[in-house]
Design a binder for this molecule. Sequence first.
Ligand code: NAP
Length: 399
Amino acid sequence: MSIKNGNDVRDDQTITMDRRKFIVAGASVAATSMLSFATAAQASSEQSSSGVAGSKKSQSTSDIGKRKLGSLEVSSIGIGVQNMHRKFDTTVPYRPQMIKILREAYERGVTFFDTAEAYGPFENERILGEAISPFRDKIKITSKFGWNIDPKTGKRGPGLNSRPEHIKIAVEGSLKRLGTDHIDLLYQHRVDPQVPIEDVAGAVKDLMDQGKVLHWGLSEPGIQTIRRAHAELPLTAIQNEYSMATRDQEKAVIPLCEELGIGFVPWWPLNCQLLTGCIDAETNFAPGDFRSSTPRFSPENLAHNMQLIELIKRWADRKNAVPAQIPLAWLMAQRPWIVPIPGTTVMAHMIENVGATDVKFTPNELTELNAELNAIEIRGQRLPDGVLAFSGVEAPLKG
Ligand SMILES: NC(=O)c1ccc[n+]([C@@H]2O[C@H](COP(=O)([O-])OP(=O)(O)OC[C@H]3O[C@@H](n4cnc5c(N)ncnc54)[C@H](OP(=O)(O)O)[C@@H]3O)[C@@H](O)[C@H]2O)c1
């Protein structure tokens, strides 16, 4: 029997076999992640010759499927690099291991890598640039401009800066740090309330004419700004927060993307780990970890929101998956032009996330899952007030 879902058609037997392959490989890498970094590095190179990595390498990029964001073709799932220089504003992941994770993601078929000038600032783009250097031409990289960052020092000033001359300098810096002559998809990170979107589009168009940028997109823009931007210079993707826990996008932005033929890239597809089963009602967040100041993660809201985690765990059991794969598979099941970019600093988690492409819902299962999901009220604002203020902003009218 075949299962048809979105743009993927697969055979039941193939799915079962793929999943078995994934579980074996995942268990092995999870074990190595408990070793010291040095030992893990050695174990990983041994794995390559002893079969686990060998069987993965035989997977072609088509194994995890491809999707189209506008006219840009990418793997069905991408990877977000943001936490690889510093995890949720707290600890610093071991850089050589981050490079390994990014390269292994590519080996497993991931061709869509997401970073930004503001992550670090700068350092995140350097990590991605180093990781992808052996296969730059075979993948698509995104970056973002728009925060008020000094292009020389990387120091953050207050607010935003999308003045055309600043965009061009920012992109030159991104290209250098990424070690490339072009960015496949360049986003405005947040709408600048001082700069008409037509002026932003003009600067991006100049960069496109020079071959430095191939596609562009917006992150967390106002609805009218999407329309105006798209009319000026066709957009390839909107990158907004969207997950089983944060569904505001379903009201206006996703229907608008559908109407205009723009792709959609959900950030925080795992709602910052909430949807993975790794956070429970007792979890405390370190001082400085922004989840400690985000209403969604307050002790009382967390306790309430565990209903969703219970639902995810039930569906994970039913689908022979791990919990994190359910919210990712659910996102991919919403539209064929949605490409989630889960972030991770753990090899085993990356493998699980890529494996989510093998978890498919039948139409009946999706109806049932959505009905259960609709019955759950998620408590707590998705972001702190000060951060949320930058979302849904409309750019000023020109002239
Ligand atoms: N446009 C924007 O304004 C914007 C804003 C935020 C983020 N983003 C983009 O979105 C990407 C994703 O966001 P994010 O990484 O912050 O949040 P996320 O993908 O929702 O969740 C990442 C968190 O989940 C954990 N995790 C990942 N896979 C897991 C698994 N299989 N099992 C258990 N835990 C797992 C990670 O911890 P481990 O490291 O322990 O795996 C990390 O704590 C970013 O990298 C960035 O590129 C964009």
